[in-house]
Design a protein around this ligand. Structure first.
Ligand code: PLP
Length: 412
């Protein structure tokens, strides 16, 4: 497959690259990077800076009055994010809130949804869980006075999770898995595992860090108890951006749930009654604690509006075409080279990302050479995995071609 063919595909199937700022290359033959690391940190939408400046200007112009008089008043600001976030993950607005960061939200949700009792104490995660999730569940086990080595069960595949639930389901309090695995790019059978976990009497939560903005989600219909995701990977809201939370409708307003609360947990209409006892709304807003950082919410709002306009169905279709194209290019390379694909072949079992195992030499060193010699930005996970994620919003077929061309030179 030739460079000219890649250019033709870009003409017939263009994305929305003009809406983003693509970093300049610091090596290679092209002015811009071929940016394939949007699964790690998404690129900046052009609209973000201007909209963020509007929020800053309102602070300068209005001071405290901005809470109610800003162009986008700060007091109810987070509500601007709720509906687009809900549509993104297939949830009801009442089930969704944007707040905090991902691991913090996982903890706040486990305060409500990890309630070990009697024999039912175990937490099932995947063996290749992102370390933050692993540390979070282990520390939750300790918080409840349990031994994390006995409480946390690490399983390798979705099938093993199903088998374990069949055999040991009545010992499982919580199943907490990544919807799309960060390392392999595998998309798990979220509805199937959710149904099996609930049938076994366990609570099921999903970490959608690599799934939100990558694959279509239907959290409400799938019946997950809770989910959380970050906004700086496929959602392009900037480093450390505020994260999202889903709590299924059946739990909203349940007075028996434990929850950590603050003044933003109480119903907004009663907040300034300054009452000593909170009256939480029957919505995911009840999980909020503090008044939110407006200048961190702005970039999430800008990004979610873009996803809302385009729709995940459209993005997913282009994503399948781009990733399939990159897969074809890598298939031409891998025979005779110390490279193999870790990601499932079936487009229904993966998102945008393809992961390569680098069987000789260091993945990090390879990523450095791709960047500095070719202007191709990928992401290495020590010791031997290179992740490449063409993002349907802004990646091009030519970016994929450049990555494959650079790999053909660098790996022999
Ligand atoms: C990216 C990622 C995180 C990062 O956690 P933060 O709290 O945002 O720092 C956690 N879990 C998974 C699965 C991730 O992919």
């Amino acid at each position: 497959m030739t460079e000219e063919h890649a250019r033709e595909l870009d003409r017939s199937d263009p994305g929305w690259r003009e809406l983003f700022l693509v970093p300049p290359a610091d090596g290679g033959r092209y002015p811009d990077t071929a940016y394939l690391a949007g699964n790690s940190l998404g690129l900046q939408p052009r609209a973000t800076r201007g909209e963020l400046l509007e929020d800053l200007d309102d602070w300068a112009r209005l001071g405290v009055e901005g809470h109610h008089e800003a162009k986008r008043p700060w007091y109810p600001y987070h509500e601007l994010l709720t509906e687009p976030a809900a549509r993104l993950v297939g949830a009801l607005p009442a089930e969704t809130v944007v707040m905090n960061s991902l691991t913090v939200n996982l903890h706040l949700l486990m305060v409500s949804f990890y309630r070990p009792r009697g024999e039912r104490v175990r937490i099932v995660i995947e063996d290749s869980a992102f370390p933050s999730d692993s540390y979070a569940v282990r520390s939750q086990a300790r918080f409840h006075g349990l031994d994390p080595d006995e409480t946390v069960v690490r399983l390798e595949t979705g099938q093993q999770v199903l088998d374990y639930l069949r055999r040991e389901g009545d010992t499982v309090a919580l199943v907490l898995l990544g919807g799309v695995n960060y390392l392999t790019g595998e998309l798990l059978d979220i509805p199937g595992i959710t149904a099996a976990a609930r049938a076994a009497g366990a609570v099921v939560g999903w970490d959608l860090a690599h799934a939100a903005g990558n694959v279509p989600l239907h959290l409400h219909d799938w019946g997950a108890d809770f989910a959380a995701w970050c906004s700086y990977k496929y959602l392009n809201a900037g480093p450390g951006a505020l994260a999202g939370v889903f709590v299924h409708e059946r739990h909203l307003g349940d007075p028996t749930l434990t929850r950590f609360e603050g003044w933003w947990s109480t119903d907004a209409g009663t907040r300034f009654e300054m009452a000593p006892v909170a009256r939480p709304p029957a919505s995911a807003d009840a999980w909020q604690i503090s008044n939110p950082p407006i200048f961190a919410m702005g970039p999430v709002r800008t990004s979610l509006e873009l996803f809302d306009q385009l729709g995940m169905t459209t993005l997913r279709r282009r994503s399948e075409r781009l990733t399939g194209y990159l897969e074809g290019l890598l298939d031409e390379l891998t025979p005779g080279r110390p490279l193999s694909l870790l990601t499932p072949r079936d487009p229904a079992r993966r998102g945008a990302q393809l992961s390569l195992r680098i069987e000789r030499g260091s993945a990090a060193e390879l990523a450095r050479r791709l960047r500095h010699e070719h202007g191709v930005i990928t992401d290495a996970r020590e010791p031997d995995v290179l992740r490449l994620a063409p993002v349907p919003l802004y990646s091009t077929y030519h970016d994929c071609w450049r990555a494959a061309d650079a790999l053909s030179e660098e790996v022999s």
